[in-house]
Design a protein. Structure first.
Length: 404
C-alpha cells in the first residue's frame, strides 16, 4: 500500500506541474528487464556452436511455473540436438537442454499445485539450460525432500526412461535376464539399479573398457562393446535373454533381436551409433539405419518375439502423456525415499565448461550423469564466448546461411 501511495503521489505531483502522467503499462515497459545467462546453440554442428548468452529473464505465462535454476542435466539427447539429429528442431539460435532442477520463483495464472519457494524438477522441450526458465506446470514435479539439486537435474530423463523400459514396455519379472548397452551411462546406471529391485535378475551389460573397473559390480556379466558380445552372452546363456534394451541402433539392433529367447522383447530407445564425431555425419546416420535388417511380422510371429520403441520426449511433449509420466515419476520418488535408488553423478561443471562436458560424453568417459551448475564459476581458461542476444542471433544467421 505504501508503494501504491508513493506512486500515486508522484503521478499527482507531475499532473499538478502540468505534465501528463505516463500510463502504468508504459512505466512497466520502461523498467529494464533482468538479464540471465543461458547456453545457446548458434547453429547445428560442433562444440564451437555453443555460446553463453545474456538474455532477458522470462515471465510465467498462463499455466507456467517460473524456476530459478540450480542445476541442469546433460544427456546424450543434448549431443544429438546440438548436431541437428533430432526431427523438427527449432531454428537456431536456441537455448538447448531438456531437464533442470531449482526453486519456484513465480507462478502464472491457473497454477494451483506449486508455490513460491518449492523445490522442483522440470522436463522441457529445449530451453532448460538457463538461469531462469518458465515451464508448463504439467511437466514440473516436486523434488523429494532428501534429494539435492544435482541429483534432481540428473533424475528425470534417465530414471523415467529406465523404469518405463524395464517394467512398462519390457515387463520385467523375477528370474528373467536383461541386456543393456552403455550400462555406464545415465540411463544404463538407472537400469542397473532398478534391476536389483527385482529378484533373481541376470543383467548383461556392455560398456567402454575404461569404465569396467568402476561398474563391474553393477551387472552380472560385463562386456566391452568392441568384442563379439553376442557370442559371449550365448556362452553364458545358450537360449539368449528375455529383454534387450538398445540405445545404439545400427548393427546392434540385429544382434539384439537375434539374442532374444522365445517370448523375448527388444526395445529401441536411442541411436547413439549415429554420433561418431563432434559433428553430424550423414554417412553414420545412413549406416546406422542401413544396417538394420527389415523385420518381417511373420518372422516375429514364427519366433515368438516382439519389438517396440520408446521416445520419452515424443511421449511427453508430442503425444501428451503427462498424467502417465507423472504417475511413473511418483513411483520413482517413492523408491528414492525408500533408499532403493540413487542417481549416479559423474561430475558437476559450470556453464562455461559445457564444451569440456560434452566432449567427455562424446568420448564415452562419463559414468552416470554430468550436471551443469549455473551457480558455479569455471576454473578453466577455455570457456565459450559470452555474447548478448543480438550477437548470438547474428552468429546463428551466418550458420543457417552456410548450411542452406
Amino acid at each position: 500500500m505504501a508503494e501504491a501511495a508513493a506512486t500515486t503521489k508522484t503521478e499527482d505531483s507531475a499532473t499538478a506541474a502540468g505534465e501528463k502522467a505516463a500510463p502504468a503499462e508504459e512505466l512497466a515497459d520502461n523498467v529494464p528487464a533482468k538479464e540471465m545467462r543461458s547456453i545457446v546453440l548458434t547453429g547445428f554442428g560442433g562444440i564451437r556452436c555453443m555460446r553463453i548468452v545474456k538474455k532477458p529473464e522470462p515471465s510465467p505465462k498462463d499455466g507456467e511455473v517460473l524456476i530459478r535454476v540450480k542445476a541442469c542435466g546433460l544427456s546424450f539427447l543434448d549431443l544429438m540436438a546440438r548436431q541437428g539429429c533430432i526431427d523438427n528442431a527449432p531454428r537456431t539460435p536456441l537455448v538447448i537442454g531438456f531437464q533442470c532442477a531449482g526453486d519456484v520463483e513465480a507462478v502464472g495464472d491457473n497454477v494451483t499445485d506449486f508455490n513460491i519457494g518449492d523445490r522442483v524438477i522440470a522436463l522441457t522441450d529445449y530451453h532448460a539450460w538457463a538461469e531462469v526458465v518458465s515451464v508448463p506446470a504439467q511437466t514440473v514435479y516436486h523434488m523429494p525432500t532428501g534429494m539435492n539439486y544435482h541429483e534432481g537435474a540428473a533424475f528425470p530423463l534417465n530414471w523415467l526412461s529406465a523404469y518405463i523400459l524395464l517394467f512398462d514396455q519390457g515387463g520385467l519379472r523375477p528370474g528373467q535376464s536383461v541386456l543393456v548397452h552403455s550400462v555406464g551411462g545415465g540411463v544404463g546406471q538407472a537400469i542397473a539399479q532398478l534391476c536389483k529391485t527385482v529378484d533373481d535378475v541376470t543383467l548383461y551389460g556392455t560398456a567402454s573398457h575404461n569404465k569396467h573397473e568402476q561398474i563391474k559390480n553393477d551387472v552380472t556379466y560385463l562386456y566391452d562393446h568392441v568384442v563379439d558380445y553376442a557370442q559371449e552372452i550365448r556362452k553364458a546363456s545358450p537360449d539368449g535373454v528375455d529383454l534387450v534394451l538398445d540405445s545404439l541402433c545400427g548393427e546392434d539392433a540385429n544382434k539384439g533381436i537375434g539374442l532374444l529367447k522365445p517370448m523375448g522383447r527388444y526395445v529401441l530407445y536411442g541411436s547413439s551409433n549415429i554420433v561418431t564425431g563432434e559433428t553430424k555425419s550423414i554417412f553414420s546416420v545412413a549406416k546406422a539405419w542401413w544396417q538394420i535388417d527389415k523385420i518381417s511380422p511373420i518372422k516375429l510371429y514364427d519366433e515368438n518375439k516382439s519389438i517396440s520403441g520408446f521416445n520419452l520426449r515424443q511421449l511427453l511433449f508430442h503425444q501428451g502423456k503427462h498424467a502417465y509420466v507423472r504417475d511413473v515419476m511418483n513411483i520413482l520418488f517413492k523408491m528414492y525415499n525408500q533408499g532403493k535408488i540413487k542417481p549416479v553423478i559423474d561430475s558437476v561443471v559450470a556453464f562455461e565448461d559445457i564444451g569440456e562436458a560434452m566432449q567427455k560424453m562424446h568420448d564415452r568417459k562419463n559414468v552416470g550423469s554430468i550436471v551443469l551448475d549455473p551457480t558455479m564459476t569455471s576454473s578453466k581458461n577455455a570457456a565459450p564466448e559470452t555474447v548478448n542476444q543480438n550477437e548470438a542471433e547474428h552468429k546463428a544467421d551466418d550458420t543457417n546461411a552456410e548450411t542452406k
